[in-house]
Design a protein around this ligand. Structure first.
Ligand code: AMP
Ligand code: TRP
Length: 349
């Protein structure tokens, strides 16, 4: 009996990369309005990825519970974020788009993975240190466990690639460690994912301080461009953005502010940085900033137009999310049956 059961859980080789389409998974929190860094560092790459990969994108509402948020705000943010993703070009015909808590397996796998995660590993996560602000006595335990939930999100779907901004690199590395430890203990079960971080845009910096990353929680709203900012607000914020000493429009380690503005220009216009530098050679910051503002306005305006349409009819996003949850649930349930069996949990068979 015992021997037979053992055979049932004998690890099977996972299909190799060449045998199946690459799978992409990424998530984003419904924790408030989005900024240009989220778009250029993450969402834009998701949209491009769906051309060739088997793509799954998730509104991670359970993660958003790690910091205080009211039920009403969360409910609104979930739908708003789904609409922003659709307006940005996530195509439900080609990608699965769903809300994390609609697939119960995420919460379940998180708990199971806490048993193969070391306390010390979580204590080393810089995002926890940043977000807890040194107040780790008072913050929710969810903030500490957060990276385990994230690891589960990814490996539940056997994702190969995780397109994220630079700040998530440590979490993806932890995901690999957790998956590898599970595999070593229970047999080959999970694919080890790799972060997909682009050389340009993975860390868009604050407009008022190029030493800090652009973040929506910044005290000064002039430090970030919200995806919902109107054209005049964008123009004003870019005009006020700090620059470096010396007047030439050039990227370089001695020019952190210009490097950031050039990266924003390059990504919004789809043009290499060198070409932009050449065009503004000898023309000074004023001309560059005026054009940059128009390039950014041009990039966000079509998204805002589609967003207005989608927001007017919430049934569109609701339909997409319902179908997405159904597809994700199917995949998640299949995987979790294997996980439960490997771990030896459950009694009803
Ligand atoms: P968050 O807003 O922290 O949930 O981040 C959502 C996604 O946007 C993640 O993939 C982040 O890595 C990415 N992201 C957040 N801030 C930036 C930034 N300043 N530059 C580039 N990517 C960012
Ligand atoms: N922690 C990510 C962030 O703050 C959000 C996230 C949750 C995520 N689960 C994920 C990102 C899985 C990629 C894959 O941006």
């Amino acid at each position: 009996m015992v021997v037979q059961e053992r055979e049932l859980v004998e690890p099977q080789a996972l299909p190799t990369d060449t045998e199946r389409r690459q799978r992409t998974f990424s998530g984003i929190q419904p924790s408030g309005s989005l900024h240009l860094g989220n778009y250029l560092g993450a969402i834009r790459n998701w949209v491009n990825q769906q051309e060739h990969d088997d793509s799954i994108f998730c509104v991670v509402d359970l993660h958003a519970l790690s910091l205080p948020i009211t039920p009403q705000a969360l409910r609104e943010n979930i739908l708003d974020l789904a609409n922003v993703l659709l307006a940005s070009g996530i195509d439900p015909e080609r990608s699965v788009l769903f809300v994390q808590s609609d697939v119960r397996e995420h919460a379940e796998l998180c708990w199971l993975l806490t048993s193969v995660t070391q306390f010390g590993e979580l204590r080393r996560m810089t995002q926890f240190k940043d977000k807890s602000g040194g107040q780790d006595e008072a913050v929710a335990a969810a903030l500490f466990i957060y990276p385990v939930l994230q690891a589960g999100d990814i490996i539940l779907y056997d994702a190969d690639k995780v397109p994220v901004g630079e700040d998530q690199k440590q979490h993806i590395e932890l995901t690999r460690d957790i998956a590898a430890r599970f595999n070593a203990r229970y047999g080959e079960t999970f694919v080890l994912p790799r972060p997909d971080i682009k050389p340009t845009g993975a860390r868009i910096m604050a407009l008022d301080d190029p030493a800090r990353k652009m973040s929506k929680s910044a005290a000064n709203p002039g430090s970030f461009i919200a995806l919902t900012d109107d054209a005049d607000t964008i123009r004003r914020k870019i005009k006020r953005a700090v620059t470096d000493s010396g007047g030439d429009v050039r990227a370089g380690t001695d020019k952190p502010a210009l490097t950031n503005l050039l990266a924003i220009y390059a990504l919004c216009a789809g043009e290499p940085i060198e070409q932009i530098e050449a065009r503004y050679a000898g023309r000074g910051y004023g001309a560059f900033k005026a054009d940059l503002a128009e390039v950014v306005v041009g990039a966000v305006e079509p998204i805002q137009r589609r967003l207005a349409e989608l927001s007017a009819d919430p049934s569109v996003a609701r339909g997409v999310l319902a179908r997405g949850a159904e597809l994700a649930r199917e995949r998640a349930a299949t995987k979790m049956a294997v996980v439960r069996e490997r771990m030896g949990i459950g009694g009803a068979g």
